[in-house]
Design a protein around this ligand. Structure first.
Ligand code: C2E
Ligand code: MG
Ligand code: MG
Ligand code: MG
Length: 294
């Protein structure tokens, strides 16, 4: 057991508790933690936009802003699922959410004008930002600066925001609704929604999580999505289904009563310039949905 003693003596034994993968993951997280602040200041974060389609009207009506980080040091495109949770450990998330809000409003301001205009722009906000006293002020000023009517902005929040019964969160949600901003519940069905809270909140849109299109057999899937559509109806909300990857997904979504659809089958997230081009040459009725479903 000389080898074991040797390991103990040098402290290498502790590493045995971590798998290689774990250590690698922690290293990546540490690196993100130490470079994210500078990346925000240096303008390494930018937005892509993914079209959202009205299924019945068969046209694009909105776009969701999705954050990207092209890390200049590693050249890697860091996915938001890696850096948003780290940003949420500190005030960096507020820097990110306000940046996204301003950039999305600026970029979308001309898509929201003109004859073939989009009806809305959707922006993700972290539940953490709903604890801020100045959230409403920041939203109102972004709308004012870019002359965007309040009902053209849709704020996407996850059900996580409903878990806290913080009065500040409720006050912010109420103030946003009073302003006329639309409220969408993102990844709906994956959290633990407090139904009473949900009714009080009066969301405008339930974004049904894409897992409902992937998991469960067809009958259960249909029943669940129909059930969510009925709940939305009761709440006076509309539904959008995310993760539409095939024509079959789209057909299913329409039959289950969803109003809107988003997913790789319809359009991938794209740069602002690509979206402007995507909208170009749009007929007066609007950008048609690139799918066969009738
Ligand atoms: P989300 O808001 O639910 O965004 C949808 C995610 O699904 C996006 O991933 C999008 O690229 C992806 N997606 C869209 N269509 C399909 C499809 O057909 N199939 C599949 N497999 N995926 C599809 P992304 O961009 O990596 O974003 C992941 C999450 O990161 C977002 O989920 C959101 O929670 C968060 N996030 C993204 N941008 C922001 C932001 O600006 N602020 C905040 N606070 N969070 C953000
Ligand atoms: Mg979202
Ligand atoms: Mg979502
Ligand atoms: Mg999601």
């Amino acid at each position: 057991d000389a080898a074991l003693l040797e390991v103990k003596r040098t402290g290498r034994g502790r590493h045995a508790f971590y798998s290689e993968a774990m250590t690698e993951r922690h290293k990546v997280q540490d690196r993100i933690r130490s470079h994210l602040g500078a990346a925000i200041r240096d303008g390494e974060l930018f937005l892509e936009f993914q079209p959202q389609f009205d299924i019945a009207r068969r046209k694009m009506v909105s776009a969701e802003a999705l954050l990207r980080w092209q890390c200049s040091r590693t050249g890697r495109l860091v996915p938001p699922s890696e850096f948003i949770p780290i940003a949420e450990e500190s005030d960096l998330i507020w820097a990110i959410d306000t940046l996204v809000l301003d950039q999305a409003c600026q970029t979308a301001s001309h898509w929201l004008r003109g004859p073939n205009r989009l009806e809305r722009i959707a922006v993700n906000l972290s539940p953490h930002s709903f604890q801020r006293l100045d959230l409403i002020h920041r939203v109102a000023s972004a709308l004012k600066v870019w002359s965007i009517p309040a009902d053209c902005l849709e704020v996407e929040i996850t059900e996580g925001v409903l878990l806290s019964d913080s009065p500040q969160v409720l006050a912010n949600l109420d103030a946003l609704a009073d302003l006329g901003v639309r409220i969408a519940l993102d990844d709906f069905g994956t959290g633990y929604s407090n139904i009473a809270y949900l009714a009080r909140l009066k969301p405008d849109l339930l974004k049904i999580d894409r897992s409902f299109l992937r998991e469960a057999d067809d009958l259960r899937k249909t029943r669940i999505v129909e059930g969510i559509s009925q709940l939305a109806d009761t709440l006076g909300a509309e539904t959008l289904i995310e993760g539409v990857e095939t024509e079959a997904d789209l057909l299913f979504s329409r039959n289950a009563g969803c109003q809107y659809a988003q997913g790789f089958h319809l359009a991938r997230p794209m740069s602002a310039d690509a979206l402007t081009a995507f909208l170009q040459g749009t007929p007066a009725e609007g950008r048609p949905m690139p799918a066969a479903v009738r």
